[in-house]
Design a binder for this molecule. Sequence first.
Ligand SMILES: Cc1ncc(C[n+]2csc(CCOP(=O)(O)OP(=O)(O)O)c2C)c(N)n1
Length: 937
Amino acid sequence: MYDLEAFYGPNAGYVLELYERYRQNPASVDAASRNIFETWSPVDRLISEQVGTQQTSSLEVSKIVAATELAHAIRSRGHLGAHLDPLGSEPLGDPALLTEAHGISDEDLAQLPPSVVGGHSAGGARNALEAMDALRALYSGTISYEFDQVKSPLERGWLRDAVGLQLYRTSPDAVFRQNVLQRLTQVEIFERFLHLTYPGQKRFSLEGIDVLVPMLDEIIKAAIDCGTAEVIIGMAHRGRLNVLAHVLEKPYAVILSEFGHMKHEEGVPLTDSFGFGYTGDVKYHLGAETILEEGATVELKITLSPNPSHLEFVNPVVEGMTRASQERNDHEVFPEADVDHTLPILIHGDAAFPGEGIVAETLNLWNLKGYTVGGTMHLIVNNQLGFTTEPQDYRSTYFASDLAKGFEVPIIHVNADDPEAALMAVRIAHAYRNQFHKDILIDLVGYRRWGHNEGDEPAFTQPQMYEIIHTHPTVRELYARFLQEQGVISLKEIEMMQQNAFKILEDAKRDADASFLPFEREESDELNGYCDEPEQAPAISAQAMITFNAELLSWPGDFSPNPKLARLLQRRGTTLGSEGGIDWGQAEALALATILADGIPIRLTGQDVERGTFSHRHAVLHDQHTGEIYIPLQHLAQAKASFSIYNSPLSESSVLGFEYGYSVHAPNSLVLWEAQFGDFANVAQPIIDQFIASGRSKWKQQSSLVLLLPHGYEGQGPEHSSARLERYLELAAFDNWRVANCSTAAQYFHLLRMQAHNLLQYPRPLVVMTPKSLLRHPLAVARLQELEDETFKPVLDDPLALNHAGAIRRVVLCTGKIAIEIFAHKLRQEVQDVAIVRVEMLYPFPAQTLREVLKNYPEAQEVVWVQEEPLNMGAWNYMSSQLTTLFGPIIELNVISRPSRPSPATGFSDLFQEEQERIIEGALRTEIKQFGGEYGG
Ligand SMILES: Cc1ncc(C[n+]2csc(CCOP(=O)(O)OP(=O)(O)O)c2C)c(N)n1
């Protein structure tokens, strides 16, 4: 039972040391160990078996201890001595990897049995020296491993066996090898062809990491074998054209015509496409989809997500797409996810991976219930440079992959000039993901044959490195030579491969030159301008809402929510009468219930959304005794779709990117993301700018993602006030999204229903400024009748002013909370000549409706835009141009706001109060023409 083999690895060294101490002095070890050692003499037995002596000296024991420690060092730190760089730089090394550092020599090892080394390496070896050499080749060759960060012993054991027992090293037959060479030839010739045909044009060549394509082939093969239905890939510019051509099967002719033509159709300049809302993107950002078929059966769908220049920001988007692809959401609780259905692959740059924080944010999602996708395969295409910057200047750690260790991700490093090792890395990685449904990373170390792009001269900044690269054979050449030596292929066959690959490209070029890239014009001219009102959702009967309300306020008999909360919620049972009182939270719950009853799945996420930052939602109830949860929206008799709600991790970029990806891939789901406060959304600015605002225009990517952004000035200081409405309005063009700021719970109810209703027929992201103090404001609450009879109104006229419309001299236009504060102000009842008109849908700009509203006040002499934000923020800049176009020639236009400022709000509550009062008074007193404007702006 207590065989040395059982203490394989570090334990063996420790046990032998202990044994040595016992042999010197039995009293120096503890009683339990003494008991074992009295009947156990493994070393003696080992030596006698292997070396033929009956007795071991203490010297021999210490050598065995040293040998086992060396073997352990190689297993755990072999990657520090691995030969990963195709350009031949020396590895960092580690003293523990040297035999002599353990006080022994090769001669000593030659005297010891191979079982001292243990594991697979011992098999077939005649002594410990041979076994140690085999172990070194395994862990410090052109492939190496870092597994110690994996906490689970089961997984570590699996990984060690995968390597130690060589479970994924297949003995490649001739056909396999010829196919790999064929692929490397296609990859290289493609790049060479582009280089020769379009000199200087950017393509971000893959050369130096060519093996990426056969690696992706291998993953796809493994995925098909496992019955995976979809593979979703995210990658940046490097090698993208090659991946598009060879993995996504984008025809060469199409790629070549993108290089060749500066216009889409003969005689139609590119700028004409602007009229249709589609402005396109550069070729090395484009996505693609392909379906691999075997006969009549679909084998696998492969999706390459489009991505912006912003490195790594596509990562969470791919994760969200994957999650959407994995979920079935046609039943009313949480969706069922099949993580084997879809495999995500993220391809990273070696500078971007440690440098861009979005990588860490995305890695953090892997084990979170709202975000997990059952493991992502990560590949770093490590060309040892970031543009002109070298590793010592762009990362603080030795390996590009070190960040991933903090997330317990196993890492395989491999030299990109060894295709067979790279393919083995992929097999291990895929099998691990398949077995444990966790992330795994391959650090593929190669080089970059040209400059960062093809117009760059790399010798300006890396002269020595490029001197080596210029004479370094390509991986195809190296592998072809190796196969020739192995007798697998002849020189003539190798040359034929190259000629054929070239010929296919030449034919494609001829096709590309003979035709023009078809310009995909959007059929509908609905894209071409403003749309006042998207289609309204059908009405819901009061009775249906009464039923939903009762269900939302009930829970199982043995479930005990916090009594204070239960009382609070029960108040919602009294608000459906004629006196009303439906607040924001209740209106939202009712809207979501009706949407679920329409069969539309809902996913709502964000920081603390389950309760709601302002304690207004309470979508998830907690039993105060058991901690169990109960989600009323998952228990509606009429619901036909899933309701998922998750508190998100403390991140904006990754979680917003995730929801964007989810919404793109699940177009029939209502996906909502709520910021804790609207200010924080700017942490996710690239996701907003590069995806949500422009994805449709660049890539025809459709999303109906809803952003709920708490916004409003309540004296809470520079943050927690503004969701920076101006940013969303500045980005609004070509009907790219909707930007709303509702002033009542009823409007919010109808807005959500309208968004759900338009998911498929008119998908657009929706940005909503949501309230804080309005959440329970008596002037913002709804009556059931308003939910039943009304629909969303982009503009709300002033019911009071309409009674004496002829007396109105000033029309105040405003949006959101400030309107309610003006209504609530003591002057409001006194003032007879001011109408307060609320713009609830800011974009698309409701021009026609506003024109009609102004006609209601024939004696009006001025229109004043009133906002609580500083003049240089809020809606003013947007509104001023829209209103000038609309009313400029016919009426005076003024503005009341805080003065222009670099910070959105003051931190002094007295100043806040004074300014707020001046804004509201200014709105209601016609003698005040401007406030705020005089300070600049
Ligand atoms: C967020 C972001 N910052 C800066 C850049 C500019 N940029 C483009 S490529 C590049 C170097 C990337 O190096 P690496 O990640 O190693 O990928 P490689 O190009 O070497 O494949 C930089 C800095 C960018 N595209 N995105």
